[in-house]
Design a protein around this ligand. Structure first.
Ligand SMILES: [Zn+2]
Length: 148
């Protein structure tokens, strides 16, 4: 459960496959309520948020830069072996589904059509993810940070 100012960290976490709730319209009370209802750990840079008495699991991020924050979260919660790159939609957090390329070919950029047997698709927003998409650079970046 991410605090409202952590949009980049939310994308990184989802990119690595972690179930991440982030909505920049949430007020503190909503963040606390969702974290309690769904037994989620709150990540925040705001110590005040963690002082709400209902909060049982929260963590105050030391780093300000998203790249360092993702490395920090992986380290603190010992998540290295739980990383599943490209298993979750970066935008809406749904678990991705593997689909036959022929079923979604029209939605792929023309230069890529016919290059893969399968691609991943978000069942929520229908966004497609494929090897070599522009997210690859982000994956490389994050993997460098995490695995050195
Ligand atoms: Zn989606």
């Amino acid at each position: 459960m991410l605090d409202v100012h952590l949009g980049k960290l939310a994308r990184y976490l989802r990119l690595l496959g972690f179930d991440t709730i982030y909505d920049r319209s949430y007020v503190d009370a909503t963040i606390v309520a969702v974290s309690v209802d769904e037994r989620r750990i709150i990540l925040t840079r705001d110590k005040g948020l963690l002082k709400h008495k209902e909060v049982s699991r929260g963590y105050w991020l030391r780093n300000i830069q998203p790249r360092l924050q993702i490395a920090e979260v992986i380290e603190v919660f010992d998540l290295r072996r739980a990383v599943r790159v490209f298993s979750r939609c970066m935008i809406c957090n749904h678990a991705l589904e593997v689909v036959n390329e022929t079923d979604v070919r029209d939605a792929l950029p023309t230069g890529l059509r016919g290059q893969f047997e399968q691609v991943s698709q978000c069942p929520g927003c229908e966004r497609l993810y494929w090897p070599g998409s522009h997210y690859d650079r982000l994956v490389d970046l994050v993997q460098d940070l995490i695995f050195g």
